[in-house]
Design a protein around this ligand. Structure first.
Ligand code: MYA
Ligand code: JJ1
Length: 388
């Protein structure tokens, strides 16, 4: 069934019930001198390139490839439209390797036709912090699908990760591969229900009119929590402490230091938004919420071309009830003109989804580790990791 994935050091379906297998790396690292020194062979019309994302020309080509060929929903009504600024943010975190931004060009025309990336991350699995690659943005041009290019790209990124002496990876996909560490459900909270219905993102419920629907999803103009404000640079140490303490609760979670928090959570316009609660009396930072901006192109609608979506990122509540904190997140997202607020059922998200009128979507997201076995599949609420 999975001719490629059966050859890889990942959990296999046949081993799923077998808890005699140990938790941890599936295969041991080899000396770097034994890592293949030259790139894998591509079919002759194509060549590898390392994408210099600092170059405006290169990042424009990557943006165009993904805009036209990246992930769609099951009915091809929407396609992720990561912005250029978002891609630069996602691909250049602290300690990133340029060599992990990999493109494939047609030799004759120089056209970019495929892409895959990794970025380094420290991820804790139970008590062990493991340096990993987070692999994302795997994309093959629509006209070159089903030619087995993806396995070559995955092997090439693996080789370049190994050259940095890194032997594990984390990734997500909408498809089932051998084998998920957990499977998450997407949930959606309408902010602009009329547009969502007009473009086919959602439907009028049974016995619902448009005006009743608009009323149902109405939100206050102002946030409710005293001391709720945007995160600022001087908050990095306090947010890092809050987040590190919270992420201890989960079986798999990032091990963020202050540099990571500065990069991943400090607000960046049209990319990532973070808010916190500063206690009006003690000035303590007690709660935190964040979301990233990922629009989708609306395919073939006369009236609208993009859906502006916010995706729940990391949220921590120690004083403000999570429900109230996330309602404030919905209020600021609505104010900032988002059409929908999306979330996965990870961490403690299940405690607010239904009450805040999120509904389950038709998409699922499967999480995977490369070369690291878990004894059991996790519940999604045991996962403390959100990938972009
Ligand atoms: S997930 C987002 C993936 N991108 C898209 O969905 C965009 C639209 N689709 C496409 O561009 C293509 O359909 C892709 C496949 C490129 C996805 N992850 O070349 P093929 C396996 C892993 O003939 P194509 C993201 O970015 C498939 O099961 N494998 O197929 C995270 C089959 O293998 P097997 C996938 O459709 C990526 C083989 O590829 C995926 O032309 C993490 C078929 O190849 C998928 N999403 O191209 C990558 N889809 O026969 C893994 C299909 O065995 C990283 N396949 O079933 C692993 C860690 C590496 C680093 C390790 C370091 C130590
Ligand atoms: O966005 C998604 N689904 C939407 C649109 C469905 C359009 C028809 N297929 C959806 N809408 C219903 C919303 C409704 C609002 C009121 C309350 C009830 C719900 O369900 C889905 C997620 O649900 N998204 C996708 O399918 C995109 C792909 C997801 C997998 C991506 C994995 C790749 C990432 C790797 O890095």
């Amino acid at each position: 069934k999975h001719k490629f994935w059966e050859t890889q050091p990942v959990g296999q379906f046949k081993d799923l019930g077998d808890s005699s297998l140990p938790e941890g790396p599936i295969e041991q690292p080899t000396p770097l001198s034994e890592v293949k020194q030259e790139p894998y062979n591509l079919p002759t019309p194509y060549e590898w390139i390392t994408c210099d994302m600092d170059s405006d020309e290169m990042s424009n080509e990557v943006y165009a490839l993904l805009t036209n060929n990246y992930v769609e929903d099951d009915e091809s009504m929407f396609r992720f439209n990561y912005s250029k600024e978002f891609l630069l943010w996602a691909l250049r975190p602290p300690g990133y390797y340029r060599s992990w931004h990999i493109g494939v060009r047609v030799k004759s025309s120089k056209k970019l036709v495929a892409f895959i990336t990794g970025v380094p991350a420290k991820i804790r699995v139970r008590d062990t912090v493991v340096v990993m690659a987070e692999v994302n943005f795997l994309c093959v041009h629509k006209k070159l699908r089903s030619k087995r290019l993806a396995p070559v790209m995955i092997k090439e990124v693996t080789r370049r990760v190994h050259l940095e002496n890194i032997w594990q990876a984390a990734y997500t996909a909408g498809v089932v591969l051998p084998t998920p560490i957990t499977t998450c459900q997407y949930w959606h909270r309408s902010l602009n229900p009329k547009k969502l219905i007009d473009v086919g993102f959602s439907r009028l419920g049974a016995r619902m009119t448009m005006s009743r629907t608009i009323k149902l999803y109405k939100l206050p103009d102002q946030t409710a929590t005293p001391g709720f404000r945007k995160m600022e640079p001087h908050d990095v140490p306090a947010v890092t402490r809050l987040l590190r303490n919270y992420l201890k609760l989960f079986v798999v979670a990032p091990d963020f230091d202050e540099d990571d928090v500065e990069h991943w959570l400090l607000p960046k316009e049209n990319v990532v938004d973070s808010y916190l609660v500063e206690s009006p009396d003690t000035h303590e930072i007690t709660d935190f919420c964040s979301f990233y901006t990922l629009p989708s192109s609306i395919l073939g609608n006369q009236n609208h071309s993009t859906l502006k979506a916010a995706y729940s990122y990391y949220n921590v509540s120690t004083k403000t009830p999570l429900l109230q904190l996330m309602n404030d997140a919905l209020i600021v997202a609505k104010k900032n003109d988002f059409d929908v607020f999306n979330a996965l059922d990870v961490m403690h998200n299940e405690t607010f989804l239904k009450e805040l009128k999120f509904g389950p979507g038709d998409g699922k997201l499967h999480y995977y580790l490369y070369n690291y076995r878990l004894k059991h599949v996790l519940r999604s609420s045991e996962l403390g990791l959100v990938l972009l």
